[in-house]
Design a protein around this ligand. Sequence first.
Ligand code: SF4
Ligand code: FES
Length: 369
Amino acid sequence: MAEEKKLFKVTIDNITIEVEAGTSVLQAARKIGGDVTPPAMCYYTHLKGSGGKCRTCLVEVAAGSAVDPRPMPKLVASCRTNVMDGMVVKSVTSEKVLDARAGVVEFLLINHPLDCPICDQAGECHLQDLSYEHGKEGTRYEFKRRTFEKEDIGPFIQLHMTRCILCYRCTYVADQLTDHRVHGILDRGDHSEISTYISKAIDNDFSGNMIDVCPVGALTDRTFRFKNRVWFTKPMDAHRNCDKCCGKVTLWLRGDEVLRVTARKDEWGEVQTYDGKPGWICNDCRFHKKHKNDWVVEGLTNISRHSVIGQGKYPGLQIPKETIPEVMGGKQPNLLMDIHSVSGVNDPGVDLSKIEGPATSKTFGNDDQ
Ligand code: SF4
Ligand code: FES
């Protein structure tokens, strides 16, 4: 007879759910969804050992368990802390957590360049989202930022180490997905960098998945670099029979031209699972099948993360669940940054958050164009 699974009750931001013993606080929060879910820059469900590096997922444990309800003395990394029965967790309802997140973003941005206008990851960058949600408009850092030369690692991937936040995800892909590890993190502290040993090219069949797991624009697809901005493309779900991988992908189209092929992502930005297995895709599907005819197109991809693609009135947009009013007794989320208080450029008479779609010259009363 199958053993009955033990369930633990956990309360996160005043919402109580039951999850299986052994579930992390982060995974429990993802089951609730919306804003109570802590951001995660280094944890990746399908990569063993990931998590515990970036500290963006910190939460406050107000009661450790029903048996021992004492609070935990420090904020804990929710991706590496398992729930206990009767645990009470505060995420977005904790001032301490919000303050810590702002601090972590400030640290992550010490070296990360603010080159979003020319970065291929702009529009789908988790650090960009994180800094909009928890960052400050200025920096207190006065020293020289670390910079690196761009490096082609293999025929299809470019590494721009200056943007790397050392989350280790790509090294786990190299370790766990490819036949043998060909790159890792060298040196320590400010000198740490990911690198291929003796410049060995990453030419493994599944190496392209490193691009998909990179939360920032440090690893980019050389076949797509500078071809287009992501918000001008149209993502479509498609599949083909592939003997190496699941063959289920997202095609990023401009008209009928396939500009990029990626694995399909879920609402947390991680690859989707099929029959319990992660849907990693092979380099053949990713880099060599760039014609629409190579694929059976299924339809528009559902975009469920906060995404700039939604700005173009993309019909496949699924707005994520808004949990702040639910956990804050009906209170609406605060506007994190009022553009008029930090910039004199925008006409204060125009409330940009209330207009439909992007602003044009007509929004500012100029009918000439
Ligand atoms: S290159 Fe990207 S995935 Fe790899 S460690 Fe840096 S940020 Fe993480
Ligand atoms: S996601 Fe938990 S420490 Fe990075």
